[in-house]
Design a protein around this ligand. Structure first.
Ligand code: ZN
Ligand code: ZN
Length: 367
């Protein structure tokens, strides 16, 4: 992608820099309030569609596709090591991922791959506060401090880095397919009587086959700032609708996390994941009742990738000396979080249960 393809959309009224507004689902001018119409790029639109890039070429030539379309500033947290990117000249005082104030300027790497596309925020901060409040309501033993943390200014909208991969795979497999058959055997039981029983045997027969499969938009997270277990809890992020071509308007005013799993590492993770899936698919083709010695020979063609940004809302707080995160999918509103337990609440719940049990026993006793 060259400079020319990073589209800029100045405000049609005053020429100011537009910003994405999740509540209005539109680009809005922060200076004059003009709302600019926006529709997601349609895959059929030439020029605006989100383009897949050749993986091998990108790994060979890391110089392509490095323009963020705007002067950017990167900071790294000394506590959790997350790297945040700002394209709007903002200066952060604290890390958005863990709240630590120990942040230092991070040398913007020349070879940092620019996102090609992103999923704009659909859940506004007001909506996500409601969702977190409900989520909190279902956590009985969470301390009240959590509720306050969820409702105050520790809520951050962050675009997380993801890699998506496509590939065609053709595979050949060989295996031994096992077919069950039963034989009747006679044996003597403990009393010395002759008995009959059915015994299962397996007849093994060699089998082979072929598989052709297309992997479409396999996601690999590139984040270093968000707990991977929590992230898995708020996935999936849809990649077929509403994905729009990257432009600075969408990330201005939001924090972007710089990926820490690079393209090479991500492509290796993706390959291992596809290998696992291909093995599974071949295994399903083996006939018979059981199988063994499945050998798969897979060839991948046309591997392509995109670097995309996915929206999450993040609440990060410390409780005692421990750090907790609540993550909400900025598109679907799905929430995953860890929270400490309030021993005071648990103590009173146990006490109440004991009192209730005591009352029941008292009445049983007195009858
Ligand atoms: Zn304006
Ligand atoms: Zn941090």
């Amino acid at each position: 992608m060259s400079n020319a393809t990073v589209a800029k959309h100045p405000c049609p009224e005053c020429g100011g820099d537009l910003q994405w507004n999740a509540a209005k689902q539109a680009l809005v001018c922060p200076y004059c309030g003009t709302v600019a119409k926006w529709t997601p790029a349609q895959p059929a639109d030439p020029g605006t569609a989100v383009v897949e890039q050749d993986l091998e070429q990108a790994l060979r030539d890391p110089a392509v596709n490095r323009d963020w379309g705007e002067q950017r500033r990167e900071i790294q947290c000394q506590s959790c090591h997350a790297i945040s990117v700002f394209v709007d000249g903002r200066v952060a005082q604290r890390c958005d991922f863990c709240g630590s104030p120990s942040i230092i300027a991070h040398e913007s790497q020349k070879d940092a791959i620019t996102p090609q596309s992103l999923l704009p925020f659909k859940i506004s901060d007001g909506q996500v506060r409601d969702l977190i409040r409900k989520w909190y309501g279902s956590r009985w033993f969470a301390p009240d401090k959590l509720k306050r943390a969820a409702l105050t200014d520790t809520l951050h909208g962050i675009y997380l880095p993801y890699w998506t991969f496509d590939a065609h795979v053709s595979a050949r497999w060989t295996a031994e397919a096992g077919y069950y058959y039963y034989e009747t055997e006679t044996y003597r039981d403990a009393q010395g009587n002759t008995q009959r029983r059915q015994v299962r045997h397996t007849r093994w027969q060699s089998a082979s086959g072929q598989l052709a499969h297309f992997f479409d938009d396999e996601l690999v997270p590139g984040t270093g700032g968000v707990d991977s277990g929590l992230l898995a809890g708020v996935e999936p992020f849809p990649t077929t609708t509403d994905l729009t071509a990257y432009s600075p308007e969408f990330v201005r005013g939001w924090t972007v996390e710089r990926y820490q799993i690079d393209l090479r590492k991500a492509s290796e993770l993706n390959r291992a994941d596809m290998d696992r899936q291909v093995y599974q698919l071949c295994s399903q083709q083996v006939p018979g009742d059981t199988q063994r010695n499945l050998q798969v020979n897979a060839a991948y063609q046309g591997r392509t990738f995109k670097h995309v940004l996915m929206p999450v809302w993040l609440v990060s707080y410390t409780y005692g000396s421990r750090r907790f995160q609540i993550v909400a999918n900025g598109y679907t509103g799905k929430i995953a979080g860890k929270h400490p337990y309030s021993w005071v609440k648990i103590f009173f719940a146990v006490l109440a249960a004991l009192i209730a049990a005591g009352i029941v026993l008292y009445f049983i006793d007195s009858q």
